[in-house]
Ligand binder design. Structure first.
Ligand SMILES: Cc1cc2nc3c(=O)[nH]c(=O)nc-3n(C[C@H](O)[C@H](O)[C@H](O)COP(=O)(O)OP(=O)(O)OC[C@H]3O[C@@H](n4cnc5c(N)ncnc54)[C@H](O)[C@@H]3O)c2cc1C
Length: 461
């Protein structure tokens, strides 16, 4: 059986759903079909409603400072429903020598933080005098060279909080291309930042810069993908196994001898899943590492638990903690626990400690509680616990990722009608996905033969 459609999108995760949204918005009546391996839409985005608690298997939130996501939310009417935890009111903590210390959220606050010694703060200015290196570097090497070793724990925490990754392997060029560009154009990051500030002032928007807010929804993150999926033509339980170029475009082969023909094909999958399908069309290329994490959701009696106000904390590797960090979920988004209870969601595993995910649920809960009670006042054991193991790994943009991005660009240039977006190509955050989806839809609508026009500047959560 072969059906024909103008556009086929492989994957009904956030990326595929968002491309479908932006495409149909610009081209009402477009004949498109989404093919989804699972029997639900949303992919890694999945919320857990259990005994009055609301926790997340996957993403917990994204910042509201990305134009593509803002547009998407407004289109869906979710901007009015969204729950927001503004960075102006909330802080993050860093585990430092076994205690929680407030993390500076803006560069100027670095001056006052006890997390960096006076010598370390002075060394940051070394950035003004270091020539940019042209080669791809790890985050750790780059931060140490430009700003000195004093900032390494902060960089480690940032890589842990976003990628559950290892900053000694992640590529600064792939993770923060904008910062690298600034550094190369101005000879120094600080000089580049000052230049950008002066330019903004010259343009004189007069607007006071506001810090963004962490965003979720009353029904959890899944509310976004559920609303996005509603009414979309999605064929569930359909696993794409092969792609073939045909005269009219592409033939998409699925398990069970089902196939589809389309003029334009969008592969909206995590990098490794996409490579499985796309490898035959380009030079040999390797899969990339993924980091898996488990969320350990713990409820505590609000009368006894004392949790400092804020988003949560992160623990750099040198602190040797069991959990990568924890979200103070009911501070961020009230109403996620029954009356009189608070919810914490600790994260375990990641790129450096995958072996911890082999532990059974009871041991994970025990080890996380033992870890947390050294940092927070939690005198009584949890009243509720649930371990949420995400089936999705977080793609790691490690050293060499730029070559993979070039591989994708060359593939799209050589294969008209093929568009590749999704988890891990240009970034990993939800904002990155929505931005790439919008750019892909714009490139298709403009009649571009490939998605080079869709090159994006990633935004991180
Ligand atoms: C544990 C975890 C925590 C995260 N936390 C955050 C966070 O706090 N903030 C944030 O901004 N981001 C976070 N992220 C990232 C965020 O979840 C992703 O950016 C986003 O969900 C990726 O969407 P996607 O559609 O590209 O990929 P996916 O969500 O992986 O969706 C891909 C879809 O394709 C389907 N599929 C795969 N192969 C095939 C095939 N061969 N045929 C048909 N269908 C197929 C899959 O079933 C899936 O539904 C987190 C991710 C994880 C895993």
């Amino acid at each position: 059986m072969t059906q024909s459609h103008d556009v086929v999108i492989i994957g009904a995760g956030l990326s595929g759903l968002a491309v479908a949204h932006f495409l149909t918005k610009a081209n009402p009546g477009l004949d498109l079909l989404l093919l989804e391996h699972g029997h639900r839409a949303g992919g890694a985005v999945r919320s857990c409603h259990d005994q009055g608690y609301l926790a997340e298997w996957g993403p917990h939130g994204f910042l509201d400072n990305n134009p593509a996501s803002r547009e998407l939310l407004a289109d869906l009417g979710l901007d009015r429903l969204a729950q927001k935890a503004p960075l102006t009111n909330f802080v993050r903590y860093l585990c430092h020598r076994g205690r929680l210390v407030v993390l500076p959220q803006q560069p100027q606050k670095l001056l006052a933080t006890p997390l960096v010694s006076l010598a370390g703060k002075v060394r940051v200015l070394g950035d003004l005098f270091r020539k940019p290196l042209p080669t791809e570097q790890t985050i750790a090497d780059w931060v140490a060279r430009r700003f000195g070793p004093g900032l390494l724990p902060l960089a480690d925490a940032a890589a842990t909080g976003t990628f559950a990754g290892d900053y000694e392997r992640l590529s600064i060029d792939a993770v923060m291309p904008g910062v690298r560009r600034l550094e190369k154009e101005h000879g120094s990051v600080l000089r580049g930042l000052l230049h950008a500030m002066r330019e903004k002032k010259k343009k004189g928007s007069g607007e006071k810069r506001q810090l963004p807010a962490m965003t979720s929804f009353p029904g959890g993150m899944e509310q976004l993908t559920e609303i996005l999926a509603a009414g979309k033509p999605i064929r569930f339980d359909t696993t794409v196994t092969s792609l073939r170029r045909v005269q009219r475009g592409w033939e998409v082969g699925c398990e069970g001898s089902v196939s589809f023909v389309c003029r334009r094909l969008i592969v909206a999958l995590p990098v490794n899943a996409a490579l499985t399908l796309l490898r035959p069309f380009g030079p040999p290329v390797n899969a990339i590492p993924e980091a898996k994490i488990a969320t350990v959701a713990l409820g505590f009696d609000a009368a006894t638990a004392q949790i400092p106000y804020g988003f949560g904390y992160l623990a750099p590797e040198r602190e040797q903690r069991f959990a990568l960090g924890a979200l103070f979920s009911t501070h961020m988004f009230p109403g996620r626990a029954p009356q009189g209870q608070v919810l914490l969601e600790a994260l375990v595993g990641g790129r450096r400690h995958p072996e911890r995910l082999d532990l059974d649920d009871a041991t994970l809960v025990e080890r996380v509680y033992a870890d947390l009670r050294q940092l927070l006042h939690l005198p009584t054991p949890p009243t509720y616990s649930r371990v949420l193991r995400s089936g999705s790994g977080i793609p790691q943009l490690e050293l060499g990722h730029l070559r993979l991005q070039q591989w994708r660009a060359a593939l799209q240039a050589a294969q008209p009608g093929l568009f590749v977006c999704g988890f891990g190509w240009e970034g990993i955050g939800m904002n990155d996905m929505m931005q790439m989806a919008q750019a892909t839809a714009m490139a298709i609508t403009a009649g571009a033969t490939d998605a080079r026009a869709a090159a994006v500047k990633p935004v991180y959560f």
